[in-house]
Design a protein around this ligand. Structure first.
Ligand code: P6P
Length: 378
């Protein structure tokens, strides 16, 4: 019976958000409307990413075919008349499919996916009529929404984080955080240069083998999976809690020569534990949304530390560090910058970077102890 109930009593993200809203009788539904526009953006990007990934893989396949049948001017292997016919037939059907998929207009420049994603989110957020200032990883300056379309929310986002991984099919994602405007006045940078602990909500949408949206509005973390046949995000991961301790560490070991003492010591302990426990496994995808999603579900620690080349690490405070730290704390984990709780950081610039150590509560405690010991020595 339960299985049937689950199948017929679909908890969609829209219904879930409205349920949350009903807990705040004073709310006028603005937050629900804002979220529904973010969800729309995610659906669009999900579809675009899948098409592009498929097309870039199809492109590669076609290039291979072209070479084989000599279209690309390469010397081709000797093939029989029949093989040549089959190959060129297959090539032309693939080519036609590719053009259809990409709505190919000869001569039209295919927009880069991260630029397209950014345009989609900016338009969706502005048209929601619930935002007043936006910060995007793709735009140097903050976007002040025109007065006639303004609402009370400030949204910071990375429309397509990890986009350099598109062509190889690695999961990428959208990351977002939501603040309330500080006071009813003219929106300004002050409204987005707030510490992460002031965020009302944060989340990410991961575009991979499936499209998964993970969201928190301050009372726990919930995961939704897009059912493409319905075009709806369905609650699949209710009330996510990260394991208290994990067996995985996630860092780019290629930067090891530049790490500071505590980070180097911590990674050494992961590989050569001195307390008789077994060594941790290294899992590093190089796409933050994918690495954080695995950390959230399986436990462990994700770190992008400072190093001699980049003293503030690589990841951006507003739309990478804060949203992921917000989610980790809501799921029972924690996040640390090497100096303080990540959400306590007060950014001075909208594209500021910070080192980050996030994940299972006990794992992050260990690295905090190493930095504290270093502090004492100083
Ligand atoms: P590195 C992707 O470019 C990104 O911004 C994050 O998604 C990812 O965690 C990080 O950079 C990977 O950086 O230096 O290890 O390649």
């Amino acid at each position: 019976h339960n299985a049937d109930a689950f199948r017929t009593d679909l908890m969609t993200i829209t219904r879930f958000v409205l349920n949350e809203q009903s807990k705040h009788p004073e709310s006028r539904g603005d937050f629900s409307i804002l979220l529904s526009h973010i969800v729309l953006g995610c659906k669009f990007v999900c579809s675009a990413v899948n098409k592009t990934t498929y097309c870039s893989q199809l492109n590669t396949c076609l290039a291979g075919l072209a070479k084989l049948i000599g279209l690309a001017g390469e010397t081709n292997v000797q093939a029989s008349e029949e093989q040549m016919t089959i190959l060129s037939l297959s090539f032309s059907t693939h080519w036609l499919l590719l053009c259809l998929l990409q709505h190919y207009v000869p001569g039209e420049e295919q927009k880069k996916l991260d630029v397209l994603s950014n345009e989609v989110f900016v338009k969706a957020l502005v048209s929601s009529g619930r935002t007043c200032i936006l910060v995007s990883e793709e735009d140097e300056d903050a976007i002040i929404v025109e007065p006639s379309k303004r609402g009370k929310y400030c949204v910071v986002f990375d429309p397509l984080d990890g986009s350099s991984n598109i062509d190889c099919g690695v999961s990428i994602g959208t990351i977002f955080g939501i603040y309330m405007i500080k006071d009813g006045g003219e929106p300004s940078l002050e409204d987005v240069l707030q510490p992460g602990k002031n965020m009302l909500a944060a989340g990410y949408c991961m575009y991979g083998s499936s499209c998964t949206l993970v969201l928190s509005a301050g009372s726990g973390v919930n995961g939704f999976t897009l059912d493409p046949s319905l075009g709806e995000f369905i609650l699949t991961h209710p009330d996510i809690k990260i394991p208290k301790k994990g067996k995985i560490y996630s860092v780019n070991e290629g930067n090891a020569k530049n790490w500071d003492g505590p980070t180097a010591k911590y990674v050494e302990k992961c590989k050569f534990p001195t307390d008789g426990s077994s060594a941790k496994s290294l899992r590093y995808i190089g796409s933050m949304v994918a690495d954080v999603h695995r950390t959230l579900l399986y436990g462990g620690i994700f770190l992008y530390p400072a190093d001699k080349k980049s003293p503030n690490g690589k990841l951006r405070v507003l739309y990478e560090v804060f949203p992921m730290s917000f989610l980790m704390e809501q799921a029972g984990g924690q996040s640390f910058t090497g100096k303080e709780r990540s959400l306590d950081l007060v950014p001075k610039k909208i594209h500021e970077r910070s080192p980050i150590f996030l994940g299972s509560y006990d794992d992050v405690e260990e690295i905090k102890a190493l930095y504290a010991a270093e502090e004492k020595k100083a």
